[in-house]
Ligand binder design. Structure first.
Ligand code: GAL
Length: 671
């Protein structure tokens, strides 16, 4: 599945909101879309109040016209269900379906996403509008598939939610004795003797129970997935040939386990808005592309013959990137670079929020392909260039070259956000990003995996503060290293079990044998504090009193209370090698260390001749390969390469010249 979106040409387009415009603008929209070579738009995401202005009374005429116009223009539609923004009549009729915060405050109408995903009235209304859309449009020729909802991620603490949580807990733990044990409720007199005593983690006097916090996140991920699946099943029943998906929103606040969700969508679709404006935006883009591709491996197999996991960049910003206090205008060419960086990592196209900038509403100044100024603008000219570029890349296919696997785990991310940890600076996603950044700057291709994924061909496995490790995951790591794989684990990996209970006998309980080292004491560092390392680098965030048990010291601490004690170690285990980092090295030191570990594992950079700042990604399909080169620096580089450069359709004999900010995509000579 996912095929109808991912088998044809690369997708190009974005959210299209014709309901915000008079009908006369629609024809111009389609003409401009054709000029830009847009071929897919998401329609109706927030159109519930226009589609169903009164309960059960539908206005479909405008949508009929829009879909026909788009179809006549050769533009396919991802038709959305509008359930992320219930209309005013709904909330007035069903105040009990409004969400409640952890503090017990019931939220009001006036923005979007204001509903409780468990409330029966909400679920019923969502099914009804989705069903009405399915009845009317499931066989419309413009449809390429369904886009359910928008960015599942809301939360709630109302009574509906509390009862559903209790049912979920009973299902997960079976009996109260097991739950009490998992949550260590002997602490602070929290022992439960009746299911009715359990509630969601509401605001409390002091620190909440970590087991409860973690289970609530898991429960909520499952709950939102249930809301999605309910709509998906109904849409699928109306036309089993149409793929169904929803767009993932990223961020550590999101209570969704995206890897688990991937098995339930026909196509992994992600929205990406970098939070950095400097090179950090490119680093984040690379990480998100690798994350999405990793999740896509859990999706239902795509019929794409080469077996490449299908995913799609569903939303991105054509221009401004949000930054603290202001919007940063993307430099000329950067939209193309960001889009193609996702395509390089397997996205079947580049989609944007949004097509046309609205004249009003909360996001009136969000960037769009058609700006407030209209099509006579730099952004629209770049949009036309991007449309051409994507057409020229139609032949690119196949898996991304990568021999390093980086583990990212939703539950570890949630658990390291709990209060009562030794440091507020702990962050699984931050550690994953730091390791990925180091690999990216050193030029190594990297796949993102979740615990338990098969690891064929990965020579180096990286665990970035993988805090929660159950017994099966510990065994998975052990087998990898014992069989000859290399491992690089950072501090706090394997310290707790799947219920966030600390593993006893010395940290990191789950991995002491593989790492050949254990930590007796933590030394969390203050924000901004650094320790010096014996290789001249520095460590931040964390330090530990390490006790080698078979491992050799690679780097030692060189000042402070740990002066002279091990900081980074490595250990032969079976046929493999396991590195341990007890601190977070500064970026340069980390990059050198990762390169060293990768070399030791026999991993080569994707394009050894590319200097730092020039990103290289290779896709391979059988004898064929394509090399993407991105020059993120502010000066020209000449990179030795041979083949045909697809964006300019020129033959490259010896080297490709990349101007500052330039991109090249080479079809390399077949092997
Ligand atoms: C996305 C969302 C869009 C729009 C966009 C603005 O997260 O799906 O509807 O709000 O952000 O950046």
């Amino acid at each position: 599945m996912g095929g109808m979106w991912t088998e044809g040409p690369l997708c190009y387009g974005g959210d299209y909101n014709p309901e915000q415009w008079p009908a006369r603008v629609w024809a111009e929209d389609v003409a401009l879309m054709r000029r830009a070579r847009v071929n897919l738009v998401t329609v109706g995401v927030f159109a519930w109040s226009r589609l169903e202005p009164q309960p059960g009374r539908y206005h479909f005429d405008w949508l009929d016209q829009v879909l026909d116009l788009l179809h006549d223009g050769g533009i396919r539609v991802a038709l959305a269900t509008p359930t992320a923004s219930p209309p005013p009549w709904f909330t007035l009729a069903h105040p009990e379906a409004l969400p409640v915060t952890a503090d017990g405050v019931r939220l009001h109408h006036g923005s979007r996403d204001t509903y409780c995903a468990v409330a029966p009235a909400y679920r019923q209304a969502a099914r009804r509008i989705a069903g009405a859309l399915a009845d009317r449009y499931a066989h419309h020729p413009a449809l390429a598939g369904w886009h359910v909802h928008n960015e599942y991620g809301t939360s709630c603490h109302c009574e509906h939610t509390a009862s559903a949580f209790r049912r979920w807990l009973a299902d997960r733990h079976g009996d109260l004795a097991t739950l009490n044990d998992a949550w260590v409720t002997s602490f602070w007199s929290q022992h439960y003797t009746d299911w009715a005593q359990l509630s969601t983690p509401r605001a409390t006097q002091y620190l909440a129970n970590p087991g409860q916090l973690l289970d609530f996140r898991r429960f909520w991920s499952d709950t939102l997935l249930g809301a999605y699946a309910e709509q998906r099943d109904l849409l699928r029943a109306a036309n089993p040939r149409l793929p169904v998906t929803t767009n993932y929103v990223l961020g550590d606040w999101v209570p969704v386990d995206h890897a688990r969700w991937a098995a339930e969508v026909d196509l992994v679709a992600v929205d990406h808005y970098p939070s950095a404006v400097d090179i950090g935006a490119e680093e984040q883009t690379a990480l998100v592309g690798d994350l999405a591709r990793g999740w896509a491996r859990h999706a239902r197999p795509s019929p794409a013959a080469d077996g490449t996991p299908a995913w799609l960049l569903m939303e991105s910003a054509p221009n401004q990137i949000h930054t603290a206090g202001r919007m940063h205008t993307k430099e000329p060419g950067r939209m193309l670079r960001h889009s193609l960086a996702h395509v390089a990592r397997g996205s079947h196209g580049a989609m944007f929020f949004q097509w046309r900038a609205p004249a009003g509403g909360a996001e009136r100044f969000h960037s769009a392909l058609v700006t407030h100024a209209g099509p006579d603008s730099r952004v629209f000219r770049e949009a036309v260039e991007l449309g051409t570029a994507l057409q020229r890349l139609a032949e690119v296919r196949g898996p991304v070259e990568a021999s390093v696997a980086l583990v990212v785990d939703a539950a570890s991310g949630w658990a390291l956000r709990h209060p009562g940890l030794p440091s507020e600076l702990l962050d699984h996603h931050g550690e994953a990003a730091a390791a990925h950044r180091g690999l990216w700057h050193a030029g190594y291709g990297c796949d993102v995996v979740v615990p338990g994924d098969p690891l064929p061909g990965y020579r180096l496995l990286v665990l970035p503060a993988l805090y929660l490790i159950d017994d099966a995951t510990a065994e998975w790591v052990r087998e990898h290293v014992h069989g000859g794989g290399h491992l690089l684990a950072t501090y706090l990996s394997g310290v707790a079990d799947e219920h966030a209970r600390v593993r006893l006998g010395g940290y990191p309980g789950a991995l002491r044998d593989v790492l050949g080292v254990w930590a007796e004491e933590f030394h969390p560092l203050a924000d901004g504090e650094q320790v010096t390392l014996s290789d001249g680098g520095t460590g931040r965030i964390w330090a530990e009193t390490l006790r080698p048990a078979g491992a050799e010291v690679f780097t030692a601490y060189a000042d402070g209370v740990l002066d002279g004690r091990p900081a980074v170690t490595r250990h032969r285990y079976g046929a493999g090698l396991a590195w341990y980092l007890s601190t977070r090295p500064d970026d340069d030191t980390y990059r050198r260390l990762l390169a060293r570990a990768a070399r030791a594992a026999g991993v080569r950079p994707v394009c050894p001749q590319a200097p730092d700042g020039v990103e290289a990604v290779r896709r391979r399909a059988g004898r064929h390969s394509w090399l993407f080169l991105f020059n993120h620096t502010d000066r020209q580089h000449r990179i030795a390469a041979q083949g045909v450069e697809l964006l300019t359709d020129t033959t490259v004999e010896e080297a490709v010249t990349l101007p500052a900010g330039g991109v090249a995509v080479l079809r390399e000579h077949p092997r």
